[in-house]
Write a protein that binds this ligand. Sequence first.
Ligand code: AMP
Length: 412
Amino acid sequence: MTFSDFGLKEPINKALENIGLEKPTQIQEKVIPLVLEKLDVMAKAQTGSGKTASFVLPILENFLNNSYEGKAKVRVLVLAPTRELALQVSKTFEDLSKYIKKRPKVVTLIGGDDISQQLLDVQQGRDIVVATPGRLLDIISKKQINLSFVEYLVLDEADKMLDFGFQEELDLLLEQIPSKRQNLLFSATYPEKVLEIASKITKEAKEVFLEEKETVELINQRAIKVNSENRSALLRHLLKKEKFEKVLVFMATNRAADNLAAKFRKYGFNAESFHGHLDQEERNYTLEDFKNKEIDILFSSDIAARGLHIDNITCVVNYDLPRSPADYVHRIGRTARAGKSGNAISFLTLENYEHFKLIEKRSNINLEKEEIEGFELKGTPQKKKKGEAPVKGKRKSKKDKLREARAKKENL
Ligand code: AMP
């Protein structure tokens, strides 16, 4: 199947051609016809599955079939959990509408950016709003936005919005938009709370739960034993030897990310750090540079683990291991996107060795524990103490709640 089989209009096909997309992904094959038929959709989709284009393309097509004269009214509302994801969704709308004559106007309403400019844009009239819930509610409370013409409500990565007290926010939002509308819900997982949201917002939604080949299968996962203090040298060694191009390195703390990026710059690498303590502009610049290959290595906190679309990351490195197995999968999923293969390397130290075994168990993997000549592990891995739970359980600890509250403050 190719995109031309959907019978989309000429400007949209031209945009697809321009971006170089030919074959729809599985999720696109299923979701696009349903949206074109004006049905509600509830899809299970990971980042990297092509889910963004699966709603952007048919929405644009429907727009073309049904254009209005006069000042733009908000007809599409997309909610996304993070600023970065919102920006990426907006960019997909921009890219795919490039050749439409009366091009729909898009605004991204996110925290961290100047609210007065966003208000100005809204006042001038926008067809498509892509927003994080916090900022949108802020603007709603200022009575600066009219959402009574919304025809499409899209919830992107719904499971990631749950953490942020989203359900109450959603209720407030639903009061603002017409009850007759098309609803599209995308979520990588479907815990009880997402199902509740789905039943609240969607009507007779068509479910798209694909038995797709896990992205994970396309990733060459490796675990390398190394003493903690030798990780930086080993990373330099691997970068030189394996000639990975775009490398995303996950670190436990923002400060460690800054320090290591500085250290690697001294060694002559194009390295930068990326985390929640940078302001939005810095984050945008850094991401752009990484996407454009002006940065080769990005040292990042977990902020980059979810929802970021960066093509052609050839390697993800767990310099520090993630706390939970779910985060392990999210992190390594930054590589091997849209059907391409990728590498994921985890450094196993004396301190985290046992923790990795738990990650393996929960992720159903069992990797060979490699050693690299010159960097062999010395010492005996620390045993887990009885009663200690290094892997995050289902219930959130106080620390997790604080972390979430902080993330919310930083993100929205
Ligand atoms: P998403 O799942 O929306 O996060 O998309 C992930 C990446 O896949 C984006 O960078 C898209 O440019 C790319 N992509 C989307 N659709 C396709 C496709 N049909 N073929 C190849 N790449 C695609």
